[in-house]
Structure formats: C-alpha cells, structure tokens
Write a protein that binds this ligand. Structure first.
Ligand SMILES: NC(=O)c1ccc[n+]([C@@H]2O[C@H](COP(=O)([O-])OP(=O)(O)OC[C@H]3O[C@@H](n4cnc5c(N)ncnc54)[C@H](O)[C@@H]3O)[C@@H](O)[C@H]2O)c1
Length: 251
C-alpha cells in the first residue's frame, strides 16, 4: 500500500488512463480526487474507497483553483498530482483554425501549468510529486497531429522546467509518454477514418511489442513515478509505449 493516507488528484479521470490511475491509487490506499468535465467522474469517484468528484475544466484557472481547494478541504493534503486530461485534434496544422490551436494548447498544456501553479504550496507542504501525461507524439509524431504534438512536447519541456523550479521545494515532477492505448481517445481517432481496419493493421505493424497498450499499464508507470520508489527521479520522461518511439524516432 504505497499511498496509504495520501491524497492523489487525477485530472481526466472519468475515462481511460485517468480512470485506471484513480482506481490503482485507491487500491493502494489513497484518497482520490477525480476531476473531469464529464458526469461519469461521479460514478468513478463513487466506486473508490475514498473518492471525491470535482467537475471542472482543466483549462480554466477558476476551476483549477477550486479543484485543488476542494481536495485539500476534504482530505487535508495533496500528495500526488496527475495532469492527465487532454484532447486530440487529428488534423494537419494547415487545416487547424487559430481557435482550435488555442483550445488544444489550453486543454493539454496551459492546464498543466495552471495545476502546477495551484498545487505547489500543498505539494511543498506534503513533499509530494507531480506526474504529467504527455504522449509518444512528444518523441516522434505522425501526420495530422501538429497541435497535439506541439502541446505534448510543451508538456515535456514544462516537466523539465518545473522539476528544476520545484526541486529546492522538495517536489518531484516527471512525465509519462503513453504509446497508443485502448481508450475513448484511440476510438475517437479510429471513428474519424474511412478505413479503420487498415489503420489498425498499420498501427500494429509499427508496435515492437505487437499490440497496443492497456490503460492499467500506463497507470502502473504513473503510480511508480508518483511513489517513494521514484524518490531520486525528477525531470524525467518515461515512455510507456511498447517501444514504438524507439522505432519511430529512428525511422
Ligand atoms: N489513448 C492513447 O492512445 C494515448 C496516447 C498517448 C497519450 N495519451 C494521453 O493519455 C492521457 C489520457 O488519455 P485517454 O486516452 O485516457 O483519454 P480519454 O479520452 O479516454 O479520457 C480523457 C478524459 O479527459 C476528460 N477531459 C477532456 N477534456 C477535459 C477538460 N478540458 N477538463 C477536464 N477533463 C477533460 C474527458 O472527459 C475524459 O474523461 C491524455 O493526456 C492523452 O493525451 C493517450
């Protein structure tokens, strides 16, 4: 029970990787704050031993401040912050409007800055840590993901910078870059395609481990970096991607 008596806040925890992460934190004894814009966050929180759902948009400073305050009010501390909520925009930058660009950067990158800023005093008090969820798109992208790749590369850069800024305060900051994982985000990408079966076959050909990932496999990497087992690790990026970045980044 690595997180007995500790409090973890996981954004985007109503589905997918965030949901799996919230469940694993709870299984290891943590109080868990589920933040999401989607109603399903309530159901996820209700299924945890000590769960709290806070509805909020991660790109809104007011919502972020309120979620952090609610976490500390309810559970008394904040020990692990997981910046996981995100959106994709599967289109070329040539077709991306300035409004779409701003929204992708706000939900994926501004959010991480806002949460770090709001949570730092509480993380400093607890000697806590932060895990930011980036993507394999920060290591080697593919066509039609420019805004998302830019935002996720920004998350990796922010992780390094925040790790240095927070090291003197005793707070660690790391990132996890998932590969392709079977979630609603992956399904949404497939739904946009004319020939999804062919795309799945192409994707599988690129996977060194021969399959895409499960949300729980990414959650394991997140819990490791958030735990005391990673006490000497800060400013790093862990690719939990089945090896796909090793292949694509040297293609
Ligand atoms: N699934 C993949 O293949 C994959 C690959 C690489 C990286 N990632 C990253 O992993 C993380 C989780 O992805 P997932 O596949 O589980 O996604 P998902 O779409 O299954 O879940 C994302 C959750 O975030 C919530 N959300 C979206 N916008 C929000 C906002 N503005 N405020 C609050 N909540 C919001 C959604 O309601 C949803 O519950 C994301 O950071 C994503 O970029 C996923």
């Amino acid at each position: 029970m690595r997180f007995e008596g500790k409090t973890a806040l996981v954004t985007g925890a109503a589905h997918g990787i965030g949901e799996a992460t919230a469940r694993k934190f709870a299984d290891e004894g943590a109080n868990v704050v589920v933040v999401d814009t989607h109603d399903r966050g309530q159901e996820v929180a209700d299924g945890l031993a000590n769960g709290l759902f806070v509805r909020g948009d991660v790109s809104s400073d007011d919502d972020v401040q309120a979620a952090v305050a609610a976490a500390v009010d309810r559970f008394g501390s904040l020990d692990v912050l997981v910046n996981n909520a995100a959106m994709t925009l599967p289109k070329s930058y040539l077709d991306t409007t300035p409004e779409e660009w701003d929204r992708v950067l706000a939900v994926n990158l501004r959010s991480t800055y806002l949460y770090l800023r709001a949570a730092t005093p509480h993380l400093q008090a607890s000697g806590g840590s932060v895990v930011n969820i980036a993507s394999f798109h920060a290591g080697a992208t593919i066509e039609n993901f420019s805004a998302y790749a830019a935002a996720k590369s920004g998350v990796v850069g922010l992780t390094r910078g925040a790790a240095l800024d927070l090291a003197p305060k005793g707070v660690r900051v790391n990132a996890v870059c998932p590969g392709i994982v079977e979630t609603a985000m992956w399904q949404a990408w497939l739904d946009e395609l004319d020939a999804p079966e062919a795309a799945v076959a192409e994707v599988l050909k690129l996977q060194p481990l021969g399959r895409i990932g499960r949300p729980e496999e990414i959650a394991d990497a997140i819990l490791f970096l958030g735990s005391e087992q990673a006490s000497y690790i800060t400013g790093t990026t862990l690719f939990a991607d089945g090896g796909v970045t090793a292949r694509l980044s040297h293609a």
